[in-house]
Design a protein around this ligand. Structure first.
Ligand code: C2E
Ligand code: MG
Ligand code: MG
Ligand code: MG
Length: 289
């Protein structure tokens, strides 16, 4: 038996603290069964227009309730799924389950709220990715235009033929593409020219350094960067989303810089599906900043 202890600490009941390798082995072994055992579930975090705070999209975020470790974060198990070939089935399950949920909120009267689903670059490298997306859309009855796939360029995707097939394939279906965590991976401004993205998400590390106890040069840099992003997005007709907005002060800065979309704890945390309708109703009425 194993027990979670503290941040990233995985301890056996015997008291033995698992080292990196042991932890990784146990998680990989258990992840293989997590799907069939129903241990994975989704939460949904609103993406809002600012300054009015109206929800326009919900991002599906996968969680793993491990029987012994408790909640394991996707930052921990997605890389494992990618390394041991489980990301295909995991990603398919996420899309299917998220689309089902979207079907329910659409039926409940929130038809204008889109769905965003994170996609691993490895999924885009698979030959039948676009077909799979088309099939799941068909099954769910959710229109393609209501779906947005979020891609992170953690690895350099340029020039990969299968990636462009997948990207063209989902675009042909009418599905939208977002560039996630912009500014942290391989994606650069020039990438916006050759990837057919409609949305760019500014990574939380930049939002974090807009305010608070930050060196003046760093703060000036992130302000300049975000202002430049706003200008580029405006010119290219992209929606720009600021990620990880936690404080009214950050929101005010972002609004002053020209941002029109935000996501973060200030607006709402990732929510279980059972709480979505209440939250969507409340958020269409209130106004945090
Ligand atoms: P992401 O797609 O950039 O998602 C945003 C992350 O920021 C989420 O972490 C969310 O809970 C967190 N977050 C949102 N607002 C705030 C805030 O105001 N402050 C702070 N500190 N954090 C905030 P989460 O859920 O732990 O997910 C981490 C990453 O795991 C995601 O980053 C995404 O890259 C990946 N991921 C999550 N679900 C999936 C999935 O279904 N498939 C794939 N391939 N990756 C996923
Ligand atoms: Mg994302
Ligand atoms: Mg992100
Ligand atoms: Mg991320």
């Amino acid at each position: 038996a194993v027990k979670r202890s503290g941040k990233n600490g995985f301890r056996l009941y015997s008291g033995h603290l698992l080292d990196q390798d042991e932890r990784r082995q146990v998680l990989e072994r258990d992840l293989r069964h997590a799907l069939e055992r129903g241990e994975l579930f989704l939460e949904f975090q609103p993406i809002c227009t600012v300054p009015d705070g109206r929800p326009v999209c919900l991002e599906a975020l996968v969680r793993w309730r491990h029987p012994e470790f408790g909640l394991v974060r996707p930052d921990v198990f997605i890389p494992i799924a990618e390394e041991c070939g489980l990301i295909t089935s995991l990603g398919e399950w996420v899309l299917e389950d998220a689309l089902r949920a979207a079907g329910r909120w659409r039926a409940a009267g929130f038809g204008e709220v889109r769905l965003a689903v994170n996609v691993s670059p490895l999924q885009l490298m698979q030959p039948h990715f676009a077909e799979m997306v088309g099939r799941e859309l068909g099954r769910s009855g959710v229109p393609a235009a209501a779906l947005e796939l979020e891609v992170t360029e953690g690895i350099d995707l340029r020039g990969r033929l299968q990636v462009s097939h997948s990207v063209d394939g989902v675009r042909a279906l009418g599905v939208g593409l977002s560039l996630d965590d912009f500014g942290t991976g391989f994606a650069s401004l020039s990438r916006l020219n050759d990837l057919p993205v409609g949305v760019v998400k500014i990574d939380r590390v930049f939002v974090m350094d807009l305010t608070g106890d930050v060196e003046r040069t760093r703060r000036r840099y992130v302000r300049t960067l975000i202002a430049a992003m706003v200008a580029v997005a405006g010119t290219l007709g992209l929606d720009l989303v600021a990620e990880g907005v936690e404080t009214p002060e950050q929101a005010r800065e972002l609004i002053a810089l020209g941002c029109t979309r935000a996501q973060g704890f200030l607006y709402a945390p990732p929510l279980p599906e059972a709480e979505l309708l209440t939250a969507l109703t409340r958020m269409t009425q209130s106004n945090p900043v």
